[in-house]
Design a protein around this ligand. Structure first.
Ligand SMILES: Nc1ncnc2c1ncn2[C@@H]1O[C@H](COP(=O)(O)OP(=O)(O)O)[C@@H](O)[C@H]1O
Ligand SMILES: [Mg+2]
Length: 245
């Protein structure tokens, strides 16, 4: 397992946001945390990222316990819905940001930015500003910016939530292809079962701070293990989504 959560508990003023949460994500896999709003998905992602600390339990990345390791040392890239692009920086400068922080050489930064612009098919748009881009293009830049410093783990929190429905499906298929091509272990949060079923290798269902079920989209659709999962999953749509993969 590349990422392991072992019996993680997290409370906010006595409220259990994570209740004995355990799961693993294998190297190179794309996992989805799927559950209703308030079920504890973002809390889990923030603890993996080092933005929050669990009250108890262990977080392992590549076999190393990272509970006390600063987030910046964990080799993680983020695409957060609210982690917007820097408005006063060009696309190229946004992508270069993490490399500047790492004090890479000018040449190295220039080459890496060009490589990433090519990866996201936006070679010609490096000098644009975020407001001159569509929502889908902005999320592609956010993806490139997250990948620039070569993280080993990518965390995405509702990355498509602000994108209109028409583009969303196209973008998630694109993102899945990119993640597969780059081969990076990824965990993304969504409350949209279609999104999870269509792109994830592993789906982790959350409810009131608990993990209800972990499985492939097929397993979750065909064999819900708890009443909550059976109720939450729309079986007909679910099967259609799995069939469309
Ligand atoms: N910093 C915080 N302080 C107090 N309560 C919080 C904080 N972060 C999250 N919570 C609570 O924990 C629960 C789970 O939140 P969250 O992980 O954001 O859920 P999700 O991402 O699934 O919508 C919610 O009830 C939320 O109000
Ligand atoms: Mg959330």
């Amino acid at each position: 397992m590349y990422v392991e959560m072992k019996q993680i508990n997290k409370t906010f003023d006595g409220f259990h946001a994570s209740n004995n949460v355990s799961f693993g994500v294998e190297r190179g896999y794309l996992a989805a945390l799927l559950g209703p709003s308030g079920s504890g998905k973002t809390t889990i992602l923030r603890m993996i990222a080092g933005l929050d600390k669990p009250d108890s339990g262990d977080i392992l990345i590549n076999g190393t316990k990272v509970n006390d390791m600063p987030g910046s040392k964990r080799g993680i890239g983020f695409v957060f819905q609210n982690y917007a692009l820097f408005r006063y920086m060009t696309v190229a400068d946004n992508i270069a940001f993490g490399l500047e922080v790492q004090k890479k050489s000018k040449t190295e930064i220039k080459n890496r930015v060009e490589e990433l612009l090519q990866l996201i098919s936006m070679e010609e748009l490096g000098s644009r500003y975020p407001h001159q881009l569509s929502g889908g293009q902005r999320q592609r830049v956010a993806f490139a910016r997250a990948l620039a410093p070569n993280p080993q783990l990518l965390l995405l929190d509702e990355p498509f939530a602000a994108i209109d429905a028409k583009v969303r499906r196209e973008l998630r298929v694109w993102l899945k292809g990119m993640i597969e091509m780059v081969g990076i272990t990824s965990i993304f949060v969504t409350h949209d079962q279609e999104e999870a079923m269509e792109v994830a290798d592993t789906v982790i269902i959350t409810n009131q701070g608990n993990v209800e079920q972990i499985g492939t989209p097929e397993e979750i659709c065909m064999h819900p293990q708890t009443d909550f999962v059976a109720d939450f999953i729309d079986a007909t749509r679910c099967e259609a989504m799995v069939a469309a993969r």
